[in-house]
Design a protein around this ligand. Structure first.
Ligand code: GKR
Ligand code: MG
Length: 448
């Protein structure tokens, strides 16, 4: 019987919402609001542990069903607590196992592991008990004090075309980035302007452009313009598998030496899986290939590795768990491959969690993805880690090392309660731009 460590006295699940821009991706246009779920644990030592995960009723219900497996348990048994959650979890009847290899957003909730938020909150408590920052409890412990982060560039549509939707207007903000981020940006010039303003504010030298919006060749014009503006910058593109294999090879070959890596250039086609098609792409084009779509669990990773489909696995802890993501980082480093993390819209609790996971990843991870720049200012923490000079700070206080602001959480929960729907739906806003628009995994969203 375990003795000694404090016991979890309360687990709360709080759904929250925040504001977003009309960001464009293969799956359509981001709606004015995004949702997340928070986990807040209290223990018998008087500490509070926090975690954040994707939003939506499915994930919220999954978390709530875990409460009896968490409350009353000693925090030192966190591995057994997580094991009991895994063993109790069942596969939803609608989960066909396809995962997100075609970026069907309705499948994302099956790839996300709700219990990651619980793992995070437990590690936060354990770190406070042990008087150690969370990254010291992971893998081989802390590898770095700050984490290189990239500027996640998006094409943005004109929100006035969807005037019935309450997108935030920040045109009177004193912050140049906040003013810019809610405006239309659909040309190479405006993408370069986006990168420049981000460079000024956060110091980014690495950028990733979210593709799958315009015809592939046009998106690569933005990449060339970015490389011209940042000759020493590392520039990537992620069309979420929108390009056919032949097209991807044709448009990416001239990008050798310009792109640092290409992320999920192609998806399944002609009876071949995305892992097979990406392997063929890699054989044809001399560019490192990254993914967050074709290796989202260990079984998928086995096939991706066997096929040599990817060089960089963006092992998002929301999919892999803290332990799984760092285990992946260790393995990739031993194999001479590269670790990074994918992201979706998130608050600063996830930002802090990313900082700790990436601080524990051995070797030379690729610059971390984060959507935080699109949400910055909507803080749920009193002491949000800062991104400065292109690096995200890793808090050095015990546990997560940050303090939740319950007033802000209550406001974000009130916003959530007002929303008619809690699930991500990128087709809804898209239909204001193109009537009757329907998602097609092989067509950039503005190509219809
Ligand atoms: O925020 O719309 C988005 C992204 O496209 C997101 O859904 C992707 O999952 O950023 C992600 C990616 O790298 O594929
Ligand atoms: Mg991606």
């Amino acid at each position: 019987m375990e003795k000694g460590t404090p016991v979890v006295t309360e687990m709360k699940v709080i759904p929250v919402a925040g504001r977003d821009s009309m960001l464009m991706t293969l799956s359509g246009a981001h709606a004015p609001f995004f949702t997340r779920n928070l986990v807040i644990l209290k223990d018998s030592a008087g500490h509070t542990g926090i975690g954040e995960i994707h939003g939506g009723d499915y994930t919220c219900a999954a978390l709530e069903s875990c409460i009896p497996l968490v409350e009353g348990k000693p925090i030192g048994t966190y591995r057994s607590i997580l094991d009991s959650i895994h063993k109790a979890s069942t596969r939803a009847p609608e989960d066909d196992g396809e995962g997100i290899q075609t970026l069907d957003i309705s499948k994302l909730k099956f790839v996300v592991k709700a219990e990651w938020a619980i793992e995070c909150a437990l590690l936060d408590l354990l770190g406070q008990y042990m008087d150690l920052p969370m990254c010291q409890l992971l893998g081989n412990g802390k590898q770095r004090d700050k984490v290189e982060t990239l500027g996640y560039l998006f094409y943005v549509s004109d929100k006035s075309k969807a005037e019935a939707l309450p997108y935030l207007d920040e045109s009177d903000s004193s912050d140049p980035w906040f003013r810019l981020r809610r405006q239309e940006m659909l040309t190479p010039e405006r993408i370069v302007e986006q990168a420049q303003v981000l460079h000024e504010k956060y110091g980014f030298r690495n950028f990733k452009l979210k593709g799958g919006v315009l015809p592939g060749a046009e998106e690569l014009e933005s990449i060339q313009a970015l490389k011209k503006a940042f000759p020493n910058g590392r520039i990537n593109i992620d069309p979420n598998g929108a390009w056919g294999l032949e097209e991807a090879i044709r448009i990416c070959k001239p990008m050798e030496g310009i792109l640092t890596y290409v992320e999920d250039p192609c998806g399944p086609e002609a009876g071949y899986s995305s892992r097979e098609i990406m392997a063929e792409f890699k054989n044809a084009v001399n560019l490192p290939v990254a993914t967050n779509m074709i290796a989202t669990d260990w079984r998928q990773f086995y096939h991706a590795a066997a096929q040599k489909s990817v060089d960089i696995v963006l092992a998002d802890p929301h999919f892999w768990g803290f332990d799984g993501s760092v285990r992946m980082a260790q393995l990739l480093n031993d194999w001479g491959l590269t670790w990074g993390s994918h992201s979706n819209n998130h608050f600063d609790i996830t930002l802090t969690a990313f900082a700790h996971v990436a601080a524990a990843a051995p070797g030379t991870p690729t610059a971390l993805d984060t959507h935080w720049i699109w949400q910055d200012g909507q803080n749920l923490l009193k002491d949000t880690p800062q991104i400065k000079d292109g690096y995200l700070e890793v808090p050095d206080k015990p546990g997560m090392g940050v303090t939740i602001d319950m007033e802000k959480v209550a406001e974000a929960n009130a916003l959530y309660q007002k929303l008619p729907s809690h699930d991500r739906d990128d087709a809804m806003a898209m239909q204001y731009l193109i009537p009757n628009w329907k998602y097609d995994s092989k067509k950039p969203c503005l190509v219809r």
